[in-house]
Design a protein around this ligand. Structure first.
Ligand SMILES: C[S@@+](CC[C@H](N)C(=O)[O-])C[C@H]1O[C@@H](n2cnc3c(N)ncnc32)[C@H](O)[C@@H]1O
Length: 272
């Protein structure tokens, strides 16, 4: 997720969003800076690709020198809550329409917007995250969440249960490569269907595993899960048309267990 304060480069028309979705997010210090800056400069910093790239490079240099808690502080989770909050109902609708899960787990659930929307649409949903700020907001929403550190191999090896669907949006990019692979394994142990996204182009504050879609697909394949190309494309189109934040529709991927697929096709001979 491009979790920078100044959000996406695409024009609203290009990404098919409501104008208020792709807007500038500021932390407290930056609000003052934005107040002092002329509007044309704010627009340039927001829309010019070179300016965005330079700012991203500067921020990464800055963030590499800070602790995890400093990089992902309160302002970060406020921003997640706002942006995912504007996207979650659309995402939950597609999930229910096309996958119809009765139960779901969201690993790296952030502030719980998607869990909440799934709950509103009749799905019993659980979440896990490590950030106290995110978990506090989840609990204020009355959500069932656990604190798990995905970089701890023992913690991530213990499934939270068995679910119809495991979700993991924009999380793997924040983990070191070994932990990201453990997370994929864990998702595949939680459910026979996984909804996953972690585009390498995401301008995360501190990307640690900016792997390409083919690399993630290979990781899932090593767990005997294959990409459902058609459904992934349907999610992409629906989310784009219905105006989720762009990082969600850039490359959503639905994976299905080959073993479960085989089991289902054997159980229903004659049905393709
Ligand atoms: C970009 S946010 C995405 C949140 C949510 N999935 C969404 O799309 O709004 C990444 C999430 O991963 C969580 N995360 C990062 N490192 C983690 C770790 N080591 N263990 C558990 N969660 C972690 C963060 O706390 C954050 O909530």
């Amino acid at each position: 997720m491009p979790h920078d304060e100044i959000q996406p480069v695409e024009s609203n028309a290009e990404i098919g969003m409501q104008p208020n979705v792709a807007k500038v997010h500021y932390g407290t210090g930056k609000k003052l800076l934005a107040f002092l800056m002329p509007a044309w400069l704010v627009q340039w910093l927001t829309n010019n690709r070179t300016a965005v790239r330079l700012r991203t490079m500067w921020k990464r240099w800055y963030h590499r020198r800070r602790s995890h808690a400093e990089v992902y502080g309160d302002d970060y989770y406020e921003m997640i809550d706002a942006t995912t909050g504007r996207s979650a109902a659309v995402m939950a609708r597609s999930i229910v329409d096309h996958l119809n899960p009765k139960t779901s787990v969201d690993l790296g659930c952030g502030t719980g917007n998607l869990l909440e929307q799934l709950g509103n649409q009749g799905v019993s949903a659980r979440g896990a995250d490590f950030a106290p700020q995110a978990l506090d907001l989840c609990r204020q929403r009355g959500l069932d969440v656990s604190r798990v550190d995905f970089t701890d191999p023992q913690a991530i090896a213990k499934p939270l249960g068995q679910f119809d669907l495991a979700i993991c949006m924009e999380v793997a990019i924040q983990l070191p490569p070994v932990a990201a692979k453990n997370l994929i394994r864990s998702l595949c142990r939680h459910a026979d269907t996984v909804l996953f996204s972690s585009p390498p182009c995401a301008r995360d504050r501190l990307p640690k595993s900016p792997m390409t879609a083919s690399q993630w697909i290979a990781e899932f394949a090593s767990q005997d899960f294959e990409l459902d190309q058609e459904l992934s494309k349907t999610f992409k189109n629906e989310w784009r048309e219905r105006g989720t934040a762009p990082w969600f529709y850039r490359k959503p991927m639905v994976f299905r267990s080959r073993l479960a697929n085989n089991r289902n096709s054997q159980a229903k001979p004659g049905i393709l």
